[in-house]
Design a binder for this molecule. Sequence first.
Ligand code: BG6
Length: 489
Amino acid sequence: MALSDFDLVLFGGGGDLSMRKLIPALYARHRAGDLPPSAQIVCVGRHPWSDAEFVEELNRNAKPNIGEKVFQQEAWNAFCASVRYVSLDATNADSYDPLVDLLRNDAGLTRVFYLAVSPTLFASICHNLHRRGLATEHSRVVLEKPLGRDLASAKQINKEVSQVFKESQIFRIDHYLGKEAVQNLLALRFGNVLFEPLWRREWISDVQITIAEELGVGNRMGYYETSGALRDMLQNHLLQLLCITAMEPPLSVGADAVRDEKLKVLHSLKPFTPTTLSRNVVRGQYRAGHVEGKPVPAYRQEKGADPDSNTETFVAVRAEIDTWRWAGVPFYLRTGKRMADQLAEIVVRFKPIPHSIFAQSTNSFVPNCLVIRLQPDDGLQLNLMAKTPGDGMRLKPVELELDFAETFKTPRMDAYERLLLDVLRGHLTLFMRADELEAAWEWVEPILRYWEQEGNEPIPYTSGSWGPAAASALIGRDGLQWREEVLPE
Ligand code: BG6
């Protein structure tokens, strides 16, 4: 569906996210022919660049972030022609003059303000946009994470932003919701009859959701020290994946239909108690080690790190959902930096067969398992038991594998491309609603408070491993193992 003409204003336009993700995503949609020729992208920052200097800055970042294969000089030049740069002080409404001059005054035009800046600036930018008459009832605002650092600050952000924009104009980004595999999970669950009857406590033993990264914190130490893995990944990405996995069938894929169901999941998460906090949450921090055969430093030795830092780079949690569908089924969530592999997956493990009619001596039964892979590539894997060919009745675990790139052979779309298109079209389904955001913070808040207690330090784990041994113990107490612990070498 073609986009109508727009002015897109990127606050933080010269920043890391803009250069690494947003500009490449917009360029990709430009190359695909989605952006109207007269669309305007206005990057806003404090640095006093001219348009030409900013384009030089874009050029410097283009190839490494877009990739040599996709980069095409002519298309890039045409794209850059639609980019403007405005230098202003986001906290000072008087400095917004150049922005006021640039934005077109046409009620039929889509106007989007994308705030890729610190959340401490959200309120003042929204109020300043209002003061300068830029926030009209047709404009939209996009809020990048982190959306607060606890429940109180998230509420405050929601309150301030809602003084200027209606909920239907607010797009809270969680880029995991834009990933192809997450949408495929919806297709899998609600486009087939096969899984839904089994998608419940009677048939599912446990669900594991892992986002493991080989990378360390890189040059984001300043941000990461104020965040840690819980705020950076668990409160948002992991909980959103849990919601999509566990929610009841929504009435439609309409924004509120889906968000109502996700909210119910968040409200049904069993709250932590002092006992479950100590048993069901593991917090780790990487030490020096090897990743992909190369030595890497400890978190505390990274550039700009506090040598006594207690910021966690790993978190694992055992969650439970108190509903008829899920009562008693553990959901294990974990994420970490400098892990043994770069992967994101949802593993749904089914219960063992109730009774075997085959000779036990020659067969060992591996319960069925469905793996929804988000990274490094999108795919589905279903593990079944099958007979080995030949004489006798020997059963063996086999894998049915669906590789989406291989199957569909159509170009992939990055999460930010999809989400930006949705913002420009005004589709809210893949964005978090205010109440969802607050419910997610409400559930994780006791973990934050527990960690603040004295002496509560993260457990060290070796870079290039799967995290602290306590994470294996967490799942081991239920007589289970993480998927990689049961995979054949
Ligand atoms: C971001 C986090 O939201 O997600 C980063 O701030 C993390 O710390 C990133 O590396 C992971 O996203 P992806 O899409 O690369 O898995």
